[in-house]
Design a protein around this ligand. Structure first.
Ligand SMILES: [Zn+2]
Length: 352
């Protein structure tokens, strides 16, 4: 595809890549992860996924522990190859600290599949953290997040290119409030953008934005994830956009109404796109992110799922049907994520 002359570079697990060389992006995914809470990880009595039970396991999604983790690098590489065949060029793994983040594994899978991968700095929700992490001060957390972008993740030399998803609960845990402040400070220092997983309450995104704003974050480089389950009919998305943040629909490919984590009626892909089309018509087209947030095996092609390339394989046709123009499609699948992932040109990002 013809790339627009985008300035700056994107920090991938294999090094910095000029943004102008990058094509279509899956902005919010999980490639190597464990979403089982650390205290529950030891138990192994859940049934393995088979062709006979995969629908039921997928329907209740994260309930089966074998479905809620994927730590095999060869499988990650195979899924990335499918993504590449669908036209994908870069995938962001937003598995932050606590989700069994595997920076070397991401690098190995990226190399094996020849697909760019961006890893994530930051921490997930408090219930995924160990006691030592929960005891960190905001200064400690800031230093850690900056080091993850400038030096490497978890003792490796593999660097992160995005801060988040920073995990937040409802009500918010004190650790999560400190992590948000640290994310804001680390973003100021490094130039990296921030992605936030809000708690499952309509007030949660607004509380988060207030904390980030108070801490000096650049809200134009901040994304609030999971509009699909937070405002399933688009309820308060415009209020959220009015604060200055970007908003993300990242349940693409989940074509079921039942939400396994709560009493929410999920939208379908076309319902998501109807909301997005209305926002584009109102001038918000540059501030919308789309992705799948794959975080279960049954959504991967190996287990009969849609894979990381659904939005590239099926998305453009759905988007045209929803009334989007080709320029809108390019904005959603390439330009918007690249703008957020792009760090300043040059390497001296230490000012501030
Ligand atoms: Zn996620």
């Amino acid at each position: 595809m013809t790339a627009a002359p985008l300035p700056g570079f994107v920090r991938t697990v294999r090094g910095d890549v000029p943004a102008a060389e990058i094509g279509r992006v899956a902005f919010h995914e999980h490639l190597l992860f464990d979403l089982v809470r650390p205290g529950d990880r030891a138990s192994v009595d859940d049934p393995p996924i088979t062709i006979e039970n995969r629908w039921q396991i997928d329907y209740r999604s994260n309930e089966n522990r074998n479905n809620a983790r994927q730590t095999d690098r060869a499988i990650a590489a195979a899924e990335l190859r499918v993504f590449r065949a669908d036209g994908g060029d870069l995938l962001v793994d937003q598995s932050t600290g606590g989700l069994a983040r595997d920076a070397e594994g991401l690098k190995a899978a990226s190399e094996a599949a020849s697909v760019h991968v961006v890893a994530a700095a930051g921490t997930y929700t408090a219930d995924y953290q160990d006691a030592a992490t929960l005891a960190l001060s905001v200064e400690d957390l800031t230093g850690r997040f900056v080091a993850e972008i400038e030096r490497g993740l978890d003792g490796t030399a593999v660097r992160a290119g995005l801060i988040g998803e920073i995990g937040c609960s409802w009500p918010m845990h004190e650790f999560e409030r400190l992590a948000l402040i640290a994310a804001a400070r680390a973003a100021r220092i490094t130039g990296a953008a921030i992605s936030v997983h809000p708690g499952r309450h309509p007030e949660a995104p607004f509380e988060i934005v207030a904390i980030l704003n108070e801490a000096g974050a650049d809200l134009s480089r901040t994304v609030i994830c999971h509009m699909d389950r937070t405002f399933p009919r688009g309820e308060r998305v415009r209020d959220l956009l009015a604060t200055g943040v970007d908003v993300e629909w990242d349940f693409f490919g989940i074509e079921q109404s039942h939400y396994w984590f709560g009493d929410v009626e999920l939208p379908t892909d076309l319902q998501r796109l109807a909301l997005i089309r209305a926002l584009i018509e109102e001038g918000f087209g540059s501030r919308i992110l789309v992705s799948h947030d794959v975080c279960t095996c049954t959504r991967m092609t190996r287990w009969g799922g849609h894979g990381y390339g659904h939005l590239l394989r099926n998305g453009p046709a759905l988007m045209r049907r929803a009334g989007l123009a080709e320029t809108d499609i390019d904005q959603l699948l390439r330009l918007n994520p690249l703008r957020l992932l792009t760090l300043a040109d040059g390497t001296s990002l230490q000012e501030d």
